[in-house]
Design a protein. Structure first.
Length: 143
């Protein structure tokens, strides 16, 4: 991730990355509307990710659409790119209500089937086997 000097300073304000309050402040100062991509961007992810998600050897053919969980979504554009590539069963989770409200506002018209939840990923409230894929740029893709 290439950062400007202003972004470097902003990152320092995060301090403890596990603090919800810090992430709320980060997105409030940064402005959640302006995407902030961590780790990798769509052009480098597109090929390998679409190939993996379109693989035919997923456990039992999942009913369409493939249900994908994106934990700690932030305001990355990754889910929007995936949705526009045809994946409609995307659920995004983040514990920062600042960023989730902004992402909901940003997508509700253009991507009405995409779901956004304020939720702590360490205490998720989904039933077992809700998702066929979990996507985290920091951790990779789990099918
Ligand atoms: C390093 S950013 C990554 C954002 C995005 N996935 C990306 O790749 O650009 C981490 C994100 O995870 C969220 N987060 C951190 N801990 C979390 C937790 N326990 N539950 C839900 N979201 C969390 C933060 O609010 C932040 O949006």
């Amino acid at each position: 991730m290439a950062t400007t000097r202003g972004e470097d300073l902003l990152l320092k304000t995060l301090g403890d990355f596990t603090s919800k309050e810090n992430w709320d402040s980060f997105f409030t100062i940064k402005g959640a509307e302006d995407p902030f991509e961590w780790y990798a961007e769509w052009p480098s992810l597109r090929g390998p990710l679409l190939a993996e998600l379109s693989a035919t050897d997923l456990p039992t053919p999942p009913p369409p659409p493939l249900q994908i969980l994106v934990p700690g979504c932030g305001n990355s554009r990754l889910s929007e790119h995936l949705y526009d590539a045809g994946f409609r069963g995307i659920t995004n989770v983040d514990f920062s209500k600042v960023v989730v409200s902004e992402m909901l506002r940003r997508n509700i018209r253009a991507r009405p089937e995409m779901r956004w939840r304020v939720m702590d990923m360490t205490q998720m409230q989904f039933a077992d086997e809700t998702f066929e894929a979990v996507l985290d740029k920091g951790e990779g893709l789990t099918l």
